[in-house]
Design a protein around this ligand. Structure first.
Ligand code: HEC
Length: 183
């Protein structure tokens, strides 16, 4: 009876782990895959995005109406894509629901020994994000994450983000034409 009890327990434990492996935990999957966690329209801070694939980096891009006034090369932009969306895009060439992109902006820095020329990423000045979700008008929303300090962020209210991304971005509101990993 004792041994039968152990066998039954083992079977139950094994069975439970097989089921757990087959049915993914929705919460875990969303967090691990970096798919957006939304509360209503608000985006919860995409914890751990620093470990996501970097799909492109740029320096000195300017596309706002403000005149370009700068010494040096202009800011660095670095764009991260949530891992589940990255995998999906490489196979299907489309972005799944929940896709999150994060763009960090750094000021250029120079002149630290032993450098004689060139620029590296200095102070971070902005963290922005975009999320694909059909709850948003146009299917996407854009967020200012307050240079990484926002625990949650409401979508940027102005239409300007949507307008430019819709008109000029190569793939579904995303500027894949500037990202070597995706184009
Ligand atoms: C006039 C055009 C324009 C406007 C307006 C604009 N963007 Fe972008 N955005 C770009 C371009 C070009 C890129 C790609 C290259 C880069 O900046 O590194 C980009 C890239 C991004 C990315 C990286 C993912 C992607 O879609 O390629 C995010 C996130 C982003 N923008 C957020 C915003 C937010 C938030 C706003 C509104 C506050 C905004 N953008 C307004 C032109 C624009």
């Amino acid at each position: 009876v004792f041994f039968r009890g152990i066998v039954v327990t083992l079977v139950l434990v094994l069975g439970a782990s097989v089921i757990a492996a087959v049915i993914p935990d929705e919460g875990l999957t969303r967090r691990d895959g970096g798919l957006a966690r939304l509360e209503g329209q608000a985006l919860l801070y995409p914890e751990g995005y620093e470990r996501w694939p970097v799909v492109g980096a740029a320096i000195g891009l300017s596309y706002s109406d403000r005149p370009v006034t700068r010494d040096g090369p202009g800011n660095f932009h670095r764009v991260y894509l949530s891992p589940a969306a990255y995998d999906a895009f490489l196979t299907a060439r489309t972005f799944p629901e929940g896709t999150t992109l994060v763009m960090e902006i750094y000021e250029p820095a120079a002149s630290a020994p032993p450098l004689r020329a060139g620029f590296y990423e200095g102070r971070r000045v902005a963290v922005e994000a975009s999320v694909k979700d059909r709850r948003f008008r146009g299917g996407w929303a854009w967020f200012d994450l307050d240079n990484g300090k926002a625990e949650r962020a409401a979508p940027v209210a102005s239409e300007s983000c949507l307008a430019c991304h819709r008109e000029h971005a190569a793939t579904d509101m995303v500027f894949t034409q500037f990202y070597p990993r995706l184009r």
